[in-house]
Design a protein around this ligand. Structure first.
Ligand code: HEM
Length: 486
């Protein structure tokens, strides 16, 4: 079983990146070390902790097959304590059974995940797009805007309105600002060493978000929340948690909901608009398959985006593959030998870095470093995982992590991002102020986001496209499972 010190050290590694290479380069150190290395697994030795970096799709497969030996559980415990700030008996209730707790963290995840698909997802999507529509309409009245700020504002408000309902704690700007302060200053919080002193910004802002959640539960706001949030509340209250204890945990959920989605949205919009030929092709694809005029109203059809716009979906996957860098982390629960050769010792950590595995020649061959929006189009789709033609082979798409636990919110995220991107590209022309599409600076403080958070401003000129000026718009959500191929 993992000891607390190991978690502390992992926290230190992830948060501050000590010894040498890690200190200098942070998590980028891992792909740097792995580059050119032919071993399918390499060991970074930090004295009392070893990090086993898996570099090949085959070895990742072998790790995934042993989910009891290589467990995500301790990471959940780590997050419950350091991100949510749980203590005492609440922390004990959430801790995984393997770590001596009651396992509530896994119970609630298991019970609520089905509500991020099917009819519950359709409703979530419908609420999200009806919330964001007035903000898009308002954009049409502007000549220029800071795209980074706009995406933050619109997606934070619309995503949380859909999730939390009419009493959404994020309606108050103070709460939205506090949330993003936590997100951008989270590293010292993960260290969990006198957080009120060493992680002052994140700690005080987390309190603001927490107070808003306590008030939300006092007003029974959860009764009008989406099914996913409501189910979480039901499971946790049936387990005996009081509202303040429950709020303490739930106040960290928006980190999953927003931290990755918003930078990803920015990059999808940026990439599509900065490639004029691609933009033209995507507009044609959407116009033919996922767009209609209904009594003078312009309608973008989300179900058709999912089912009939393969170039758009492939472009989304490629932007995520190239631009995001999640490194799924597993803890070694007992000594294990992989491929009869690699001895992994209990108490250490395995990392599955997408930047390395997703660019391995076994995954994509020599073209892996190129941006190719057609990469995920396959002439002859195959269900067989070993068929070289299939786009679903191990390691080819890891932006939402790898099972288990692959991101349960990925279909909602894809719906939000692609529905908005379609609406914007069909309705507007965007030109960067100064004429050049120059990528903005990364925001290095947001260590939880693997999708490339950036610092603003990024000012663009906004113009409604010829022929679409002044027209009303909406996104239509057709019934279905709501599932994207990701
Ligand atoms: C572009 C947007 C998103 C990206 C790139 C993303 C990525 C990820 C990744 C990489 C993981 C960890 C998986 C692993 O370690 O293997 C994860 C976990 C998770 N994500 Fe997302 N995510 C996104 C949006 C969302 C949204 C919108 C939700 C909304 C509910 C969500 C909910 C979660 C939850 C609850 C977990 C924890 C799963 C567990 O512990 O079993 N995510 N996500």
């Amino acid at each position: 079983m993992l000891e607390a010190t190991h978690l502390l050290i992992l926290g230190a590694l992830l948060a501050l990146g000590p010894p040498l290479g890690m200190m200098r380069h942070g998590m980028k150190y891992i792909p740097m070390v792995a580059k050119g290395c032919t071993d399918p697994i390499i060991t970074l030795n930090f004295g009392f902790l070893k990090i086993y970096v898996v570099t090949s799709p085959d070895m990742m497969n072998a790790v995934q097959r042993q989910s009891k030996v290589f467990s995500f559980g301790p990471f959940l415990d780590f997050a419950a304590e350091r991100l949510a700030g749980l203590t005492g008996k609440t922390l004990h209730a959430f801790r995984t059974v393997e770590a001596g707790g009651q396992g509530l963290v896994k119970t609630v995840m298991h019970a609520s995940t089905p509500f991020l698909a099917g009819k519950s997802l359709d409703k979530l999507n419908r609420d999200m797009f009806s919330a964001i529509q007035p903000m898009i309409d308002e954009l049409a009245t502007k000549e220029s805007v800071d795209l980074i700020e706009w995406v933050h504002y619109a997606m934070t408000l619309a995503g949380t309105r859909a999730a939390y309902g009419p009493m959404n704690p994020f309606e108050a700007q103070e709460v939205r600002d506090a949330f993003w302060e936590v997100d951008r200053n989270v590293s010292p919080l993960l260290m969990n060493f006198l957080p009120w002193l060493t992680a002052r910004k994140a700690y005080t802002n987390r309190k603001i978000v927490l107070s808003a959640f306590i008030e939300y539960l006092n007003k029974k706001g959860q009764n009008q929340a989406c099914d996913f949030i409501l189910k979480r509340y039901q499971v946790l209250s049936e387990a005996g948690l009081s509202d303040p204890e429950l709020a303490q945990n739930e106040a960290s959920v928006p980190l999953a909901l927003l931290s990755n989605t918003i930078p990803a949205t920015f990059w999808v919009i940026y990439t599509i608009f900065s490639h004029p030929d691609l933009l033209q092709e995507l507009r044609e694809e959407v116009e033919q398959n996922a767009f209609k005029m209904v009594e003078g109203e312009c309608v973008v059809d989300l179900k058709a985006i999912r089912e009939d716009c393969p170039l758009l979906i492939s472009t989304f996957h490629e932007i995520m593959r190239k631009g995001s860098n999640p490194a799924s982390t597993r803890f070694v629960m007992s000594d294990f030998t992989l491929a009869d050769k690699y001895h992994l010792k209990a108490g250490n950590v395995v990392i599955l870095p997408s930047q390395v595995i997703g660019r391995h020649e076994k995954a994509w061959g020599p073209s892996a470093d190129e941006f190719n929006p057609r990469r995920y189009l396959t002439p002859e789709p195959s269900d067989h995982p070993d068929d070289p033609k299939t786009v679903r082979r191990t390691g080819r798409f890891m932006a939402f992590g790898v099972s288990a636990p692959i991101c349960p919110g990925r279909h909602f995220a894809a719906s939000e991002i692609l529905g908005l991107a379609c609406m914007l590209m069909m309705r507007f022309d965007f030109t960067p102020e100064g004429g050049e599409w120059t990528p903005p600076e990364p925001h290095t403080g947001s260590v939880l986001a693997a999708t490339g958070p950036v610092k603003g401003p990024f000012n663009i000129k906004v113009k409604e496209r010829d022929g679409f000026e002044g027209k009303p718009w909406r996104v239509e959500i057709g019934e279905g499972k709501g599932l994207f191929p990701c």
